[in-house]
Design a protein around this ligand. Structure first.
Ligand code: 5RP
Length: 217
């Protein structure tokens, strides 16, 4: 059921792709559906900045040009999914481990369009797992800091990010102020980036339900 919802929101998002544009895209199963849709209009775009090696491979398969972010001043749009989105359009991302590249690309984009199925749209971030990309030599130090913040760090076994780092998933962390928490975790030495996307939120949220797609600004 959720795959059908992911597919339908991915297809719907196509209408937001400007003609002749270079767009940023993220990673994951919803984005994979979006890449498939994008392949149908590939001749009308100039290229894509991908958020992960997996997305890049898939995009190349469809002969869509890959663009280096360093060659661009900015991007019109960035399209990606999320693990959770709250009513303030803040997101938690990184279950696929691509959070850092996704954060970099989205920070350059004028508009972040987040595409999700209804199961991910929630009121508050209570009890959500927050992924953090960590430099391997800092695993212990970062874990200790997370415990001090009240969270329970869990090392993600057998997983290496595209940047050759590790992931710590934070469980049971009470979020009082999401923007402050994002800054605090990002400031821990050894943290590459945290999967809280609350400073740079979504500008447009597309949520798929069985009978409709909701566009939320
Ligand atoms: C990857 C992400 C993904 O956007 C997020 O995990 C959602 O994935 P899916 O579309 O497979 O449910 O943040 O780092």
């Amino acid at each position: 059921m959720f795959n059908t919802l992911k597919k339908s929101v991915a297809k719907f998002a196509l209408k937001y792709v400007p003609k002749n544009s270079i767009i940023g895209i993220g990673s994951g199963s919803t984005v994979n559906y979006f890449i498939e849709e994008l392949s149908n209009i590939s001749s009308s775009i100039r290229g894509v900045v991908p958020g992960s090696i997996a997305s890049e491979k898939k995009i190349r398969k469809y002969n869509i040009p890959i663009v280096d972010l360093n060659s661009l001043e900015n991007l019109d749009i960035y399209i990606d999914s999320a693990d959770k989105v709250n009513k303030s359009m803040e997101m938690i991302k990184g279950r696929g481990g691509a959070l850092t590249r996704e954060k970099i690309i989205s920070s350059v984009a004028k508009k972040f369009i987040c595409i999700i199925d209804k199961s991910k749209y929630i009121k508050h971030f209570d009890c959500c797992v927050i992924p953090v990309e960590v430099i391997p030599m800092a695993l212990r130090k970062v874990s200790e800091e997370i415990i001090k913040l009240g969270g329970m760090p869990k090392y993600r076994e057998n997983f290496i990010t595209d940047n050759r780092n590790c992931i710590i998933d934070i469980h049971n962390l009470y979020i009082e102020n999401s923007v402050n928490l994002e800054k605090t975790i990002n400031n821990i030495s050894g943290v590459v980036s945290v999967g809280l996307f609350c400073i740079r939120k979504a500008d447009l949220l597309l949520v798929s339900y069985a009978d409709k797609i909701k566009e939320i600004y």
